[in-house]
Design a protein around this ligand. Structure first.
Ligand code: SF4
Length: 195
């Protein structure tokens, strides 16, 4: 296995390959209100505390890796209940419309399975603004989607090719909108002045 890729890159790629390119190939990052709020609200999750609640051990900011898939990163929280481990990823805002968070959680489970040698059938997404958890089952389909995304991210990073930037509803909340300029790119491509 060559270079390891960050688990968070899978989330970004599933959201938008172009965004993943900016962050993990060009190392370009701009904050907007969504990213700043997310960072602030993640502070507790990344405090590296260990605590016990209702018989459940909670480990925060847990380092993860998989040699099999060439992955590295962190889980916001890993919980242990009755000897069984599962990841819990904290997300700002409400339940999202996209599947990128599920992919990121599944990648964490793949790492934990390899590190701990136990099957991990499910994890949780915790939505900070509502205080609600969503159970995510690591089905064969989700596992395959995650493995396919790992391959796609690795290919993107190795090729260094910038993906296209079609305007989609996701662009509205994207902190990189002002350097990506998807609408302006589309206008240029249809302009009669196009070189
Ligand atoms: S503005 Fe849109 S196309 Fe560009 S990186 Fe963000 S989500 Fe992707």
């Amino acid at each position: 296995m060559n270079d390891y890729i960050y688990i968070s890159a899978l989330n970004q790629y599933a959201y938008c390959p172009r965004r993943c390119y900016y962050l993990f190939v060009e190392n370009t990052f701009l904050d907007n209100e969504h990213t700043v709020e997310g960072t602030l609200r993640h502070t507790r999750a990344h405090s590296e505390e260990t605590s016990m609640r209702d018989g459940i051990l909670q480990l925060r900011s847990v380092s993860l890796y998989s040699h099999t898939y060439g992955l590295t990163g962190k889980a916001d929280v890993v919980e242990e209940k009755n000897g069984r481990l599962y990841p819990v990823e904290h997300k700002k805002g409400r339940r999202g419309r996209w599947t990128n968070d599920e992919l990121q959680l599944c990648a964490q489970a793949l790492c934990l399975e390899e590190m701990q040698g136990q099957a991990i059938p499910k994890g949780y997404l915790f939505y900070i603004s509502t205080g609600r958890r969503k159970e995510v089952r690591f089905t064969d389909t989700l596992r395959q989607q995650t493995i396919d995304t790992i391959s796609a991210v690795r290919q993107l990073i190795e090729s260094g090719q910038r993906p296209p930037n079609p305007y989609t509803p996701r662009c509205k909340g994207c902190s990189l909108h002002d350097i990506c300029l998807p609408k302006e790119t589309a206008q240029l491509q249809t302009s009669p002045l196009k070189p």
